[in-house]
Structures are given as C-alpha cells and as structure tokens.
Design a protein around this ligand. Structure first.
Ligand SMILES: Nc1ncnc2c1ncn2[C@@H]1O[C@H](COP(=O)(O)OP(=O)(O)OP(=O)(O)O)[C@@H](O)[C@H]1O
Length: 609
C-alpha cells in the first residue's frame, strides 16, 4: 500500500518527460549515431582538422593525447559506461529553463557582465566550442552565465550555486580556454621520469568526485591538445605517476595523493596558472585543511597574484570564507540561488519514523515505488545511512527482500566503490545504500529518489545528499526518516523546507520551535542575506554565520577582522549594551575604516546575545 503522500510526486517523477525507452545501438554503430545526431564534424569530419588522431591537424603541430581513435569521450562517457546511446542524445541533458528564475548576486570590484549564451563568450578554441555543443550544453546555467565571464577575465572567483547546476563546467571552460589561449601546453614535459608541471590544478575532496571532474574535463578538452590527468588515493600510485610522466596540463587531484606526489618530487606546482577548489567545504570537513594549505601556501604554488584561483561549492560556511580570504585576491563573489539551500526542483518529504520501524517503512516505500513503475535504471534510489556497518547490513537485507542493492562507504576499497557505483548507474542494482562518501558532487543522471534513512547531523550535509537528485533541471524526490534523535536538526530542516516551499508536517514545526540548537550546539546552516550568499567583505558579519542582528550583552562586545586568528591583538570596540553589533554604522567600525585606523576588511563581532 503506497503511503498517501508518496503517490503524486513520485508518480510525477516517472512521467516528467523522461526519454522514451532507449533504442539500442550496437557498439560499432554508435559513432555513426553521433555523426548523424550532431551537426558538427565529430570524429570522421575533416572540419578544422582537429581529429584527435596523433599529430595530424590541430594547432601548430602540438601533440594530441587522444591518440587512440577509440577515445572519443562523447559516445560512451565512462560515467555512463553501460548506458545505451539513444536518439535522445541529440537533446540537451539539461532542462535549462528550470533555472530561469534563479536569482544571482555578484559582488566585488569591476564585475565582468554576465552572458546569456555560450556564443557571447570568447573561447579561444573552436575545438572547445565544438565540445560544448557535443555535450549538448545549449544554454549556460545561471552560475555559468556569471562565473565564466569572471573567470575568462582572469579574475579570482568565489562561487556558490545549488547542487547539480553546472559548477564543473563553470571552472573547466575558462581553464581550458586560458591554457589554449596562452598556447602553454607545449611547455609540458613528456618524460616519464621528469617532474610533471601542470598549468592547472583542480582539487576535489573525494576520489569519486575527482574522477567525475576528470571525465568531464576530458570531454571538454577533446581534440584541443589539452591533457588532463587524475590522481587520487586508494588506487596504485604507479599508474598515476606514469600518466603524469606522459605530460599533463590539467591535474585533477585529491589533496592527500597530491601531497604524496609532490613529496616524491614527481609533481611540481611552480607553473600553476589556474587553481580550482571544488567542494572546498567538504575538503575542510574531511580534515584536509592542513594538506590544502600546504599545497596552496607552501609547495611552490605561485602566490595569489601570480595565479588565478576559483573556489566553488554549494555551501560556504565560515571556515571557507576564511580560506577564501587567504587564497584569493581581489575576487568576485557570485551566488546563484540561495546558498546552503536546496533547489526547489526537489520535492522534500519528512516522515516521523522511530528507529525500530525504519526498515518496515523503507520496505513500504520501495513497494510503493515499484507499483508506481518507479524502478529500474531510469529511476534510481539512493539511501543514506549513518554508518559503514549500517550500510552493509541494509544492503544485505534489501537484497534478501528482493530489491537488488549495492553499498558504498569508506571501508570499501576503491575497486569495490567503483564497482558499486557502476552497477548503480547502469541500473543493475537500482538501489545504492551509502554513507556520506556519496553525498557530494556525484552526478548520476537518473537518481529519482534520495531517502535519508538516517538523517545527517548538520543541514549542509542534508542539502548535499538530497542534491544527488533534482539535477540538471530535472525534478527529484527526497524522503527523510526523522526520529527523536534528530531533534537538534529540526529547526534547520524546518527553515530549509520553508525556504523551498515544501509541505511541512505540524510535528516538525513543533520540534523546530522547541529545539533551537543543532547537534554541535550551534546552527551550522549558512544563510545568506536576501536570496543568496553573503560576501563577507561587505562587513556587517557576525560570528555564527547567520547574519541576523545580534545585540551587545556587555561593553566587552568587540569587533575584529574576519581573517584574524588571534583576536586578542585587537582592542575591543566599546559597544553600548543593547546596540546591534552587526550594524557597524552604529558602533564606529565598518568594513572600510574604523576608529583604530585599520582597514579591517571583513569583520566579526563577539560579545552579543
Ligand atoms: N549548460 C548546461 N547544459 C546542459 N547540461 C549541463 C550544463 N551545465 C551542466 N550540465 C550537466 O548538468 C549536470 C550537473 O552538473 P555538475 O555536476 O557540474 O553540477 P554541480 O553544480 O557541480 O553539482 P554538485 O554541487 O552536486 O557537485 C551534469 O550532468 C552536467 O553535464
């Protein structure tokens, strides 16, 4: 029996314009299919001569890494390796109009104007333009409209945008274009024993995410001559070193493995012109801050003014803002949509389910999906649990109950994790039970339903988890099982659901009113002003990241520069009891000047209620 709330939205998912049953094409005909479906030259067309086969054609004799004609990355992208090619390939993967109403806020000095189409952007290479078309990117998403011109103008960028809204392309296109424009690729070494000196470094928190960025970057650089290499832990280092030895322009890496390679003197960062950090908040959450700081500040990396730095994330807690002020120079801040919030393409449901009833409830849900036809590789279900052991146990239980499932978590070796993802993507096991290892960045196009079997402790993690559905403009469903122990999350969850116009059960409202703090005793949610994020440089900032007014509770209330680690060196500014410490016009301190004659830049207030 379907739960009454489930049928409408879930059934809607199934019929929301998904492609009809795919038409199978044998492997040997798949290239033909691409040829027919694209108006561009593809592999067989002469066109501008960039055919990607060895040294023929292309720019001034540069060598191409796609020496193998079978490396055409568009026909069967690795991430969808088992999916069949269909006539639908001709259509854009993205429902771009879904983002038309997304408000975008940009701040900083001399902001380059946004664009409305890719053709307005002066990409340096026809091959890159061709690749954008091959990827069926018809129209830039809001973050791409703003971020690409900023990055193309050589400016540093801090960008926040909702999950699934195209951040990867927003940093990849300008990097590839920049490398090609400077024609710098030919400086790279191709001696397997030499030190690899990439021109661009993209740091990502997890192996899966770095592989995904690598696959995307490879598609965007197809036949441009730009060489992309990936390096991540948990896999043998020697093959990765060999790949580096063959030359690298763009290195996509996880922090730990990169530090290892630098220490082995196999990679040098001295030539880096572009540094991109994706999911920077996750990197800090995972404890990578020391490695990230070493990489960016101590390991031959050119200083901020000699490189271009792009910082991307769907959420921007305080620590990241601090990182930004250390890593970026004169940057532009762009926020698309409400930062820290989820997209309203996702229908969110929350059910009160005591821990002991969760399995039964899950079973009802899965049966309801099945009877609504929401099943198979076109409607994947991602179930988040708290622990690795819990993931294995639930996976086994689901399989026993007749629901083919697989699990992914940090205790699995890389090969097992890749196998699990592959079998989920291709629908062999249309249910994936996961810990937070799968919460961020993973772009699996057919995830129709995310179930938070166990809710996370903080709301940002919830936002990322549910962001695995409702991607690229498609709709999605997220169901959360809320139990007594999730009470600390109630307020943030309530606010998030309210912001995104979700149906909220009365009991959640009551929980939200009675519990004010989240698990760590502080609201971790990053809420921007108005609709989007907040650029700390504009002042009026408080220490808890929520930017609401706070009132001085004593004359010891003080204000100090946001980036100051030792606040004791700054004399407190006397603020009358009851005054709003976030109103800097009131207390003789503002972001630009203050009574001590410092230019504080961004400031944080303490000593408030
Ligand atoms: N302009 C575009 N047109 C069509 N498809 C696009 C466009 N931009 C991105 N996409 C597709 O949308 C999907 C989501 O993009 P991407 O993974 O870059 O999102 P993201 O913002 O990085 O998400 P997350 O925050 O979850 O990491 C991808 O499949 C990508 O290929």
């Amino acid at each position: 029996m379907s739960p009454p709330w489930f049928t409408d939205s879930a059934a809607g998912l199934n019929r929301s314009g998904r492609p009809a049953q795919p038409t199978y094409l044998p492997r040997f005909r798949r290239d033909e299919n691409i040829m027919i479906n694209t108006t561009h030259r593809g592999r067989g067309g002469g066109g501008d001569g960039r055919r990607g086969r060895g040294r023929r054609g292309g720019r001034s004799g540069g060598y191409f890494h796609d020496e193998n004609p079978n490396n055409f990355p568009f026909d069967i992208p690795q991430k969808f390796s088992e999916l069949e090619i269909t006539q639908e390939e001709n259509a854009s993967k993205m429902n771009a109009t879904a983002y038309d109403d997304t408000p975008v806020e940009a701040s900083g000095a001399n902001i380059p104007p946004p664009v409305t189409s890719f053709s307005e952007i002066c990409f340096s290479s026809p091959a890159l333009i061709e690749n954008i078309k091959r990827c069926k990117y018809l129209k830039p998403t809001p973050i791409q409209r703003y971020a690409i011109p900023v990055a193309m103008a050589g400016r540093d960028l801090m960008a926040c945008a909702q999950t699934g809204s195209g951040k990867t392309a927003a940093f990849c296109f300008p990097i590839i274009s920049g490398i090609l424009m400077a024609n710098q690729k030919y400086k790279r070494f191709s001696n397997p024993h030499s030190i690899a000196c990439p021109l661009a470094l993209i740091l990502a928190p997890t192996r899966e995410l770095s592989c995904q960025i690598y696959e995307e970057a490879k598609k965007f650089s197809y036949q441009t001559g730009v060489k992309v290499v990936v390096a991540y832990g948990g896999a043998p280092i020697f093959q990765q070193l060999r790949n580096l030895g063959n030359g690298v322009d763009i290195l996509v890496a996880t922090p730990g493995r990169l530090v290892d390679m630098i220490e082995r003197e196999r990679v040098s960062l001295k030539n880096i012109k572009y540094l991109a950090l994706d999911e920077a908040d996750r990197m800090l959450d995972m404890g990578f801050e020391p490695q990230v700081r070493r990489i960016v500040q101590q390991m031959e990396m050119p200083p901020p003014c000699a490189r271009q730095t792009l910082l991307f994330s769907a959420t921007f807690p305080n620590e990241i803002q601090r990182l930004a002020s250390d890593f970026l120079s004169n940057y532009i801040f762009v926020a698309a949509g409400k930062v820290g919030s989820s997209t309203d393409l996702i229908v969110q449901r929350v059910e009160f389910v005591p821990d002991m009833d969760k399995r039964d409830y899950l079973m009802n849900l899965l049966h309801a999906q099945k009877s609504n036809g929401i099943t198979g590789k076109d409607a994947l279900t991602l179930v988040f649990v708290e622990t690795k052991k819990g993931a294995d146990m639930l996976e086994r239980w689901l399989c026993r109950k007749g629901f083919p499932s697989t699990a992914i978590h940090g205790d699995k070796v890389q090969m097992e994790r890749e196998r699990a993802l592959r079998s989920f993507r291709n629908g062999l096991t249309p249910i994936l039970v996961a810990t937070d290892v799968a919460a961020r960045g993973l772009d699996i196009s057919n995830v129709a339903h995310v179930i938070n079997f166990d809710l996370p402790k903080v709301i940002d993690d919830y936002v990322h988890r549910i962001g695995r559905t409702g991607r690229a403009g498609k709709s999605g469903l997220a169901t959360a099982f809320f139990s007594e122990k999730n009470a600390p999350l109630a307020k943030d969850l309530f606010e998030l659901m309210k912001d995104t116009n979700q149906e909220i059960p009365t009991w959640l409202k009551e929980y939200a009113e009675t519990t004010h703090m989240s698990a760590n005793g502080k609201s971790k949610r990053f809420v921007g002003n108005k609709f989007s994020g907040y650029d700390y440089r504009s002042g009026n900032v408080d220490g808890d990241g929520d930017f609401s007014s706070h009132y001085a509770n004593s004359t010891t209330a003080s204000v100090y520069p946001f980036s100051a680690s030792d606040t004791s060196q700054f004399a407190p500014c006397a603020i009358p009891v009851g005054a709003d410490v976030t109103d800097f016009s009131n207390n003789s301190i503002d972001a630009g000047s203050n009574s001590y004659g410092y230019d504080y830049g961004s400031v944080v207030a303490t000593g408030w209620d």
